[in-house]
Design a protein around this ligand. Structure first.
Ligand code: HEC
Ligand code: HEC
Ligand code: HEC
Ligand code: HEC
Ligand code: HEC
Ligand code: HEC
Ligand code: HEC
Ligand code: HEC
Ligand code: HEC
Length: 253
């Protein structure tokens, strides 16, 4: 049963309730396709000087709850919606995008190499949102990109081409590696140097062929290595010194 009084009554109820429990008014979530979600906090705003308990400063001076209309950033720059106050004087200006559109670290999970970190903050020192959104990415799940596609200019490769930024060939700048310590009681620990080996081989030479990029690999015995497993795939007196001798080149004795 809807009448033209329903909304005013609800609003009145909320107003009465909120006079006593001002903090109870829920956050409002705006979803955008391009740059993600914006949360508007009633709780925070009604505590501001000049706005305290004053629903009227926004309702319906700025927002009419009976006809919710989406606003664009262009509208806001002209003083509509958030832009009525966020003008750089009454409140921080519209130019400070990330204060309303949080853009944090993004982690790409890559099975073959381990996680890749993309840092918005470092990139935002150089670029505006529109350099990447939505030309290269939606702010949401995107289709996965392979390195082969990146080398043709997709995703990170649009800039990481050796001209605008370091090239997609410099694997460890995006896929970080660390030195690996194998703990062996009997004969002393072994340090495997990624840095030394990635200077000679691409990641794919070892991952996933010989090792998963995780510490969850099965332990390998020296006799298996002599048959060509793990380090023994190369350390066979062919490509590199053999595991049948040279114990102290690998084991800290
Ligand atoms: C600084 C501005 C501002 C103030 C002050 C403010 N609001 Fe809002 N309010 C908004 C915005 C923005 C929306 C979302 C409008 C839209 O979706 O179009 C909203 C939406 C609402 C909604 C609908 C919620 C929903 O989920 O759809 C209610 C109810 C509401 N406000 C109540 C209040 C009351 C009660 C007060 C005073 C205690 C108040 N507001 C003060 C900005 C404000
Ligand atoms: C004061 C908070 C605030 C700031 C600062 C802000 N935005 Fe927004 N932005 C919003 C809200 C809220 C919406 C959703 C509006 C709606 O749906 O009514 C939005 C929507 C958008 C949209 C989708 C609508 C459109 O205009 O195409 C884009 C893109 C966008 N913002 C980009 C930006 C960029 C880029 C900046 C910095 C230059 C920025 N925003 C700064 C609050 C903000
Ligand atoms: C009636 C004035 C007014 C309107 C309208 C308004 N704000 Fe604000 N807002 C303020 C004031 C005042 C502050 C505190 C001063 C500052 O941070 O610059 C603030 C602060 C904020 C903050 C910082 C909160 C924090 O936790 O630090 C965010 C985020 C924000 N506003 C988002 C929005 C969004 C999104 C909209 C539109 C949907 C909006 N505001 C509309 C006045 C307003
Ligand atoms: C240099 C390129 C670049 C710029 C500039 C950039 N972004 Fe992004 N953004 C990305 C990438 C890459 C992703 C991750 C896409 C994916 O998950 O497939 C992303 C994802 C996002 C997401 C989703 C976050 C998540 O956790 O999934 C949001 C929200 C976002 N960006 C907002 C912004 C805003 C707001 C700006 C401007 C202030 C901005 N971005 C500028 C590259 C960029
Ligand atoms: C719009 C162009 C652009 C896009 C797209 C882009 N980058 Fe960058 N990136 C740069 C520039 C420019 C620098 C700084 C110059 C340099 O280091 O060569 C940089 C620096 C970096 C750095 C070093 C600084 C830091 O943040 O640690 C990393 C790592 C990085 N980018 C990763 C990525 C990844 C991963 C992607 C894709 C998800 C990506 N970038 C997409 C332009 C871009
Ligand atoms: C500019 C940053 C960057 C550089 C440099 C880079 N990668 Fe990637 N790589 C990524 C990102 C981000 C993903 C995940 C992309 C996705 O999921 O959409 C990825 C995915 C991959 C994948 C899984 C997808 C595929 O292509 O099979 C492999 C394997 C890989 N990288 C290996 C490498 C190797 C080897 C190099 C050096 C030749 C390298 N990467 C250089 C950022 C980079
Ligand atoms: C010569 C062989 C070799 C090459 C080349 C190589 N790795 Fe590894 N990687 C290893 C070994 C050995 C381990 C340790 C496996 C274990 O702990 O069982 C490892 C482990 C890892 C791990 C897991 C580290 C941890 O947290 O325990 C990651 C991530 C990784 N590699 C990434 C890479 C990336 C990215 C590249 C290319 C830039 C690369 N690796 C190239 C041999 C290699
Ligand atoms: C894909 C081939 C390959 C695999 C797999 C490999 N290595 Fe190597 N390694 C080499 C080559 C080539 C050299 C340089 C030539 C030489 O020293 O004989 C080398 C050099 C080394 C060196 C001397 C350089 C340095 O880092 O100080 C050590 C130690 C070493 N490898 C340990 C290991 C261990 C431990 C493993 C297994 C966890 C391993 N390697 C797996 C190819 C490989
Ligand atoms: C190329 C580097 C390398 C050389 C050379 C090497 N080892 Fe190892 N060794 C390893 C690594 C790495 C492990 C641990 C493998 C694992 O946990 O998956 C290991 C494990 C072992 C173990 C414990 C597992 C087992 O087989 O019982 C013993 C004992 C051992 N090595 C003895 C030796 C002796 C003796 C020599 C010389 C004849 C030697 N190793 C030469 C890298 C090497």
């Amino acid at each position: 049963m809807k009448s033209r009084w329903t909304l005013p009554i609800i609003t009145l109820a909320i107003l009465i309730r909120s006079a006593a429990f001002a903090v109870d008014i829920p956050d409002v979530t705006f979803k955008t396709r391009e740059v993600g979600t914006v949360i508007f906090s009633h709780k925070f705003h009604i505590k501001q000087k000049g706005l305290k308990d004053n629903c009227k400063s926004c309702h319906k001076a700025i927002y009419d709850l009976r006809k919710k209309v989406p606003f664009t950033m262009a509208d806001m720059k002209k003083g509509k919606s958030c832009g009525a106050c966020h003008d750089g004087k009454k409140a921080f200006g519209i130019a400070q995008c990330v204060r309303c559109h949080p853009a944090g670290n993004v982690i790409f999970k890559v099975k073959e190499t381990g996680p890749v970190l993309f840092r918005h903050d470092n990139h935002l020192a150089i670029y505006a949102c529109r350099s990447c959104h939505t030309k290269l990415y939606e702010a949401g799940p995107n289709k996965r990109t392979t390195m082969a596609q990146m080398e043709k200019g997709k995703s990170c490769g649009a800039c990481h081409n050796g001209k605008n930024a370091f090239s997609a060939g410099e694997c460890i700048k995006c896929h970080p590696v660390k030195e690996i310590e194998f703990k062996i009681k009997e004969v002393g620990n072994v340090t495997f140097s990624h840095t030394a080996h990635t200077g000679m081989y691409p990641c794919g030479e070892c991952h996933d062929k010989l090792y998963l990029p995780s510490s969850g690999n099965k332990r390998i015995s020296m006799s298996d290595m002599e048959k060509g497993k793990s380090c023994g795939a190369c350390h066979d007196a062919g490509s590199a010194f053999t595991v049948k001798e040279n114990c102290d080149k690998c084991h800290k004795m």
